[in-house]
Design a protein. Structure first.
Lengths: 237, 562
């Protein structure tokens, strides 16, 4: 049974038909990436999975269970955590308080303390700045914080929305290194990226979205070899 | 170098003009005249003088403050210039007032005001003295800014305390009683109005001395306390809390009847403020119709007790839980339709809700049930074991119990999971939901708990007056409560107390202020936003937010080492 499965999902913003029948699967332990241009529906797909947007048609299954019956805050308890686009962090709270909020869905104090140590190992910069107000962190540090905060929920499936957006190239590599590390520790990841080049380097498999539809799905290597992907997303002739 | 040393005419001219406009308009709207009756130092300085001359003092201070690295000579020249400039319109006012019958247009330009301007010395010599005095005050303002801070701070503290005690001398003098030692102290310290000269000296010396002592020895005391073993520190802290509670308990005996009445009013506002603080401060939901819950609590009390329109025969104590419950239900009732609203829209809808409740209780339609504009009379007072709680000294304990309960509940909730939920929701609703927070439940709980405190306040209010009238529940109450939260420091619990004392207690003691209440609110809010946007006693989060540039709370570095 796949970790996550979307079957023919249609979603709307008002009258705008944003997702026109998305079907995809994510297996346990994988990194799967969704690539596509602006407005292709990548973020909408993530919002639909996390319950912030309800599909008008089609189903989202998490380990075979229909997620339609759950609200957004309940899906967090099912083990799905999201790293929002644009690093939605609590800008006025400190780093430590943000991480605290990430563990909101849990009650095991000991486990939370362990995970705090773990994310501080993963992101030592955050440990240095644990008492700093999050809004004053640099862009890369805010991305780290958003990721770390999602990990504090000890998710089985991590949804990441454009983690490289607005970061300096040297930081982008660092972020993707961390993504691989998180995956090695056993977290399944669905990664939405415009930076197809980097995303296909770390992912096992990928899907290409165009105007609300999936036009291609293959292994990451397969996509990298695909002439259409090379031309449209990797900038190769 | 040449341009550096040049006298900055433009800035000084602007400041002088500003000071002149402030002084002149304070005269014209009658502030100076009205407050001339309130002596701070008996027969010498009144609050009117402070308003009249404050502008020149402030102008000089600001000028010297802005031009901090200029030479002292230049700064003094600037101060004198500003003072002189700001005195000229006052002189003109005094000269033209009578020949041109200015009083027809400006009713506040009274002979008393003119006498004040000429300092009671006759026109020509008086006005010359006025110009001299204001010019000197501009210089004094400069001097204040230029004094080293270890001199300036005690000096300003001393002056501030003299000002406050002089301002409230009427009430403070009363507390000493009218016989024995108390009377002797009172006669020594206070004139018939304001502080006496020896009183001023004693107060100034005490305040300055204490400030100097704390500046030089304070850090040592704090270090000593910090060096104590944790158990001792805890004992010290609990001792402090116990002392505070003891003072709260004996307060009515110190304050006597009139001041107890004032404190009871303040307490009712604190109770409401603590409730609104949960809604606005913790959860970030701007509610402008908060008075509705106060009204619902009061009317529920009126209806459940054997009053004119009473439908049940409950005592105060049995009715109280129902009042709170009614307010909670109203809170949820308001909360459900506004669940999806944010910011401005929420404010407008809640504003409408408050008005709907007020108009309903005022309407003829409901008049047969709840009295309409006539209100409801004959609500029984609260009583404990046969003792009727009528006097403010006794009501005080009722209000105190309510406030302590609300304070405790707010304090515990703030640090509980629910408090975290509110905080996260306030910062970002979407992210909060993505963290697993149930927004519906969190919002409704904020509205419900906030309404509960207000309902309790309303119930006590009804029993206190033994009557309720629709006009007690105007929009102004909601605005008052919101203002006191903002002035105290949004989201801060002690801030609510400070804000209520400043915005409800002070105007009560200074009755003349009532006329200028809205002006004072406006001025105070603008000043607060400019000088101290986080409020008098801000919460930790607000303090951090508004002072990140000036004092970064970086990587665990010791704060305040500088």
């Amino acid at each position: 049974m796949p970790m996550l499965e979307l079957q023919d999902v249609h979603a709307y913003y008002g009258n705008i038909h944003a997702l026109k029948g998305i079907s995809l699967t994510v297996e346990e332990g994988e990194i799967v990436t969704l690539i596509g241009a602006n407005g292709a529906g990548k973020t909408t797909t993530l919002r639909t999975i996390s319950g912030l947007l309800k599909p008008r048609q089609g189903k989202v299954y998490l380990e075979g269970e229909d997620l339609d019956q759950y609200k957004a805050h309940e899906i967090v308890y099912k083990g799905v955590a999201m790293v929002p686009e644009g690093r939605g962090i609590f800008a006025k709270l400190t780093v430590a308080e943000n991480l605290d909020m990430g563990a909101y869905s849990r009650r095991d104090k000991k486990g939370i303390a362990e995970d705090l140590e773990r994310v501080f190992e993963l992101f030592p910069r955050l440990k240095e700045r644990r008492n700093q107000v999050a809004g004053t962190l640099s862009g890369g540090e805010q991305q780290m914080l958003a990721t770390a905060r999602a990990l504090m929920a000890r998710p089985r499936l991590l949804l990441m929305d454009e983690p490289s957006m607005g970061l300096a190239p040297v930081l982008v590599e660092d972020v993707f290194d961390r993504i691989m590390e998180i995956n090695h520790e056993g977290t399944t990841i669905l990664l939405v990226e415009q930076n197809a080049h980097m995303a296909l380097q770390v992912a096992h498999r990928g899907y290409v979205l165009q105007t609300g539809e999936i036009v291609l799905g293959d292994t990451a290597d397969g996509l990298r070899q695909n002439p259409m992907v090379q031309k449209a997303y990797l900038g190769m002739e | 170098m040449e341009t550096q040393a040049r006298f900055n005419w433009r800035d000084n001219f602007r400041l002088g003009l500003l000071a002149a406009v402030v002084a002149l308009s304070l005269c014209a709207i009658g502030v100076v005249g009205t407050f001339a009756q309130r002596d701070i130092i008996g027969g010498v300085v009144s609050l009117g003088h402070v308003f009249l001359f404050g502008a020149a003092l402030g102008g000089g201070y600001l000028a010297a403050h802005r031009d901090a690295d200029g030479g002292t000579g230049r700064a003094l020249l600037g101060g004198a210039f500003i003072g002189f400039l700001s005195s000229l319109p006052l002189v003109v006012l005094a000269l033209v007032a009578e020949p041109f019958h200015l009083r027809q247009f400006l009713p506040n330009v009274s002979p008393e005001l003119l006498e004040m301007l000429t300092l009671g010395q006759g026109q020509m010599p008086g006005l010359l003295i006025l110009v001299a005095v204001v010019t000197v005050l501009g210089l004094v303002g400069v001097g204040m800014a230029r004094l080293p801070s270890h001199v300036r701070r005690p000096l300003l503290t001393g002056l501030g305390v003299v000002f406050l005690i002089g301002l409230l001398s009427e009430t403070i003098a009363l507390a000493w009683g009218s016989h024995g030692l108390g009377l002797r102290i009172r006669r020594f310290m206070f004139a018939s109005k304001g502080l006496s000269i020896p009183g001023v000296l004693v107060v100034f010396a005490a305040a300055t001395g204490l400030n100097v002592w704390w500046n030089t020895q304070g850090s040592r005391v704090r270090q000593r306390v910090a060096a104590l073993p944790p158990r001792r520190q805890q004992v010290l802290r609990w001792g402090g809390i116990a002392l505070g509670i003891l003072i709260l308990l004996i307060l009515p005996f110190l304050l006597r009847r009139y001041l107890s009445e004032v404190i009871v009013n303040v307490g009712l506002y604190i109770l409401m403020g603590l409730g609104l603080n949960i809604v606005v401060g913790f959860a970030g939901l701007l509610d402008l119709g908060y008075v509705a819950f106060f009204a619902i609590g009061a009317y529920t009390m009126a209806l459940l007790t054997p009053s004119e329109y009473g439908v049940a025969n409950l005592s105060f104590w049995t009715a109280l839980p129902f009042c709170v419950l009614a307010a909670v239900l109203a809170g949820i009732f308001l909360g459900v339709p506004v669940l999806r609203m944010r910011g401005d829209y929420l404010a407008i809808v809640t504003l409408g809700f408050g008005e709907i409740v007020r108009i309903l209780v005022l309407s003829d339609f409901l008049a047969p049930l709840i009295g309409g504009a006539q209100g409801i009379l004959k609500i029984p007072n609260a009583s404990i074991g046969g003792l009727e709680i009528v006097h403010p000294e006794h009501l005080y304990y009722l209000v105190l119990a309510g406030c302590l309960l609300a304070f405790f509940v707010s304090w515990r909730l703030r640090d509980a999971r629910l408090g975290r939920q509110w905080m996260a929701m306030r910062e970002d609703e979407d992210v909060a939901e993505a963290m697993g927070i149930n927004l519906v439940r969190t919002k409704l709980l904020a509205f419900a708990i906030g309404a509960a405190f207000s309902g309790m306040s309303g119930a006590i209010f009804a029993a206190k007056l033994s009557s309720v009238f629709p006009h007690s529940f105007s929009l102004m109450v909601s605005i008052n409560v919101l203002c006191l939260i903002i002035v105290g420091g949004i989201g801060s619990l002690p801030g609510v107390v400070v804000g209520a004392l400043a915005l409800v207690g002070l105007p009560e003691l200074l009755r003349e202020f009532a006329e200028y209440r809205l002006l004072m609110y406006g001025a105070l809010l603008i000043l607060m936003m400019l000088a101290r946007p986080e409020g008098f006693w801000p919460s930790e989060v607000r303090k951090r937010e508004l002072h990140t540039e000036s004092a970064p709370t970086g990587g665990g570095s010791p704060i305040g080492s500088a």
